[in-house]
Design a protein. Sequence first.
Length: 176
Amino acid sequence: MRLFIAVNFREKVIGQILDIQEHLRSQSLRGSFTRPENFHLTLAFLGETPGEKVDDLCRIIKGIDSASFEIAFTRTGFFSHSRKELWWLGAEPNSPALPILAAIHRKLLEQLLAEGFSVDTRPFSAHITLGREIKHSGPVILDTPDIIVSVDRISLMKSENIRGRLTYTEIFGKDL
């Protein structure tokens, strides 16, 4: 099964992210936009993982020792690859909560690698994907109000295609 570890959002936050995404969509010619129920903050992407490894993943997540905290998402931008753009909403770079989030990410990676999991080891970028393969005809201008996210749960998520729709389902979660 295809798995990742993430922070999911409350409905209010999803609505705020959706407002920004709609402004992006209105300035775009086309793109694959993230469905609102799939908005999340990825802490570790695992990819295809045997089902018998789920218990190990749950144990690793249980080992994360952190109090809950809030982090602000205040900026938008994009990663460009092969003339395609992945647009994102990013965490405030000077946020005092960013080192806490980065420490959780680092601890997860250390434990995952120690257990033999293959994980992406690129530098951590706290972002929420708004859309992929975005094409636009001119400059995109997005107002980004501060969106305050409560990081109070870490979730092991399953990604699957159900009737042609990418669907994310929590299969384990730990409250902080």
